[in-house]
Design a protein. Structure first.
Length: 259
C-alpha cells in the first residue's frame, strides 16, 4: 500500500508549522502526486482561517504546484458547530475551495451554550469519567455528524470519533448514502479495530488515508494506516487515495456547480 495523495495537511494559516510551498515540497519528496491544504475553519478563535486570506492561499497553492509539478489543492477542515450540523465555512467562500472536509473539534466557538455544553464540555467530561460516554451523548453526537453530512456537501469526515463518541456505523451509512468519504487519520488513532471492521463489514463506505500533518515532515505519513491494515481487514479497493488512485469527490464539486 502506497499513499499517493494526502488530502489533509495544515500550514501556518491555521496552526501548522510549514507554509504551503514547504508542504508541497515535502509531498513531492515523498513521491505523492498531490496534496490538499486543509486548514481549520473560522470558528477556531485563534487558528481558524480568515476569509481575507483565501485568495492569497489559492495563489500560493498554484505557485507551489507550478514549482513542484504536483497537484496542490485548497480545501478547508470545517468545524461542526452544533446539533444542526452547521459548519463554519460560508457558502459565499465555496468557490475558493477545491474540496470540503469537516470534523468535530473542541475549543471552538460553538453555535450556542447548549452546543458547547454537549459537544465541548459533555465529550470532555465523558472522556475523563470512569463510566465513559452515556448512550444519550453518543446518540446526540451521532445526530451531529449525520446532520452535518446531510446538510453540507462534505467530501471527507476527518478523524471520526476522535474524543467525540458516536455510533460510527450509523455515521458511515450516512456517508455511504451521500458520497462522503471517511478518513483514516494517521496522526491519531480515532476508532477501535472493532469499529473499523464494523465499518468495512456493515457499510459500503469508502475511505481515504490522510496525515493531518501539522508539520512538513509529516506530510504523506501513512505509518498508522499501515499498522491498521495489519490488524484489520480493510479491502484496499475501498481506500481511494493509494497506489496511484484518486477519489472521485463529487459532492462539493456538484454543489458548487449549482450555486
Ligand atoms: Zn481536525
Ligand atoms: Zn486537521
Amino acid at each position: 500500500m502506497r499513499l499517493t495523495f494526502d488530502y489533509h495537511t495544515h500550514t501556518v494559516y491555521s496552526h501548522g508549522k510549514g507554509n504551503i510551498e514547504e508542504n508541497a515540497v515535502s509531498a513531492k519528496e515523498k513521491g505523492l502526486s498531490g496534496i490538499c491544504i486543509s486548514d481549520h475553519g473560522a470558528a477556531h478563535p485563534i487558528f481558524g482561517i480568515r476569509s481575507r486570506y483565501l485568495d492569497k492561499m489559492k495563489q500560493e497553492c498554484q505557485q507551489a504546484s507550478r514549482q513542484t509539478g504536483i497537484e496542490v489543492l485548497l480545501g478547508v477542515e470545517a468545524n461542526v458547530l452544533g446539533i444542526s450540523g452547521k459548519i463554519d465555512v460560508k457558502e459565499q467562500d465555496y468557490d475558493k475551495f477545491d474540496c470540503l472536509l469537516a470534523g468535530i473539534h473542541r475549543f471552538i466557538l460553538y453555535d450556542g451554550i447548549p452546543e458547547w455544553l454537549s459537544l465541548g464540555a459533555g465529550n470532555m467530561f465523558s472522556q475523563i469519567s470512569k463510566k465513559g460516554p452515556s448512550q444519550k451523548l453518543k446518540e446526540r453526537n451521532t445526530k451531529v455528524y449525520i446532520n452535518c453530512i446531510k446538510n453540507n456537501p462534505i467530501d471527507i469526515i476527518t478523524h471520526l470519533n476522535y474524543l467525540v463518541f458516536s455510533n460510527a456505523v450509523e455515521v458511515a451509512k450516512c456517508c455511504e448514502d451521500y458520497g462522503t468519504y471517511i478518513e483514516i487519520n494517521t496522526k491519531k488513532v480515532h476508532l477501535s479495530d472493532q469499529e473499523w471492521q464494523d465499518l468495512v463489514d456493515k457499510t459500503n463506505v469508502n475511505f481515504v488515508i490522510n496525515s493531518d500533518a501539522h508539520s512538513t515532515d509529516r506530510v504523506g505519513d501513512d505509518k498508522l494506516a499501515k499498522e491498521l491494515l495489519q490488524r484489520v481487514n480493510i479491502p484496499l479497493e475501498r481506500i481511494k487515495n493509494i497506489n496511484g488512485n484518486k477519489p472521485n469527490f463529487l459532492r462539493f464539486a456538484d454543489f458548487k456547480e449549482k450555486l
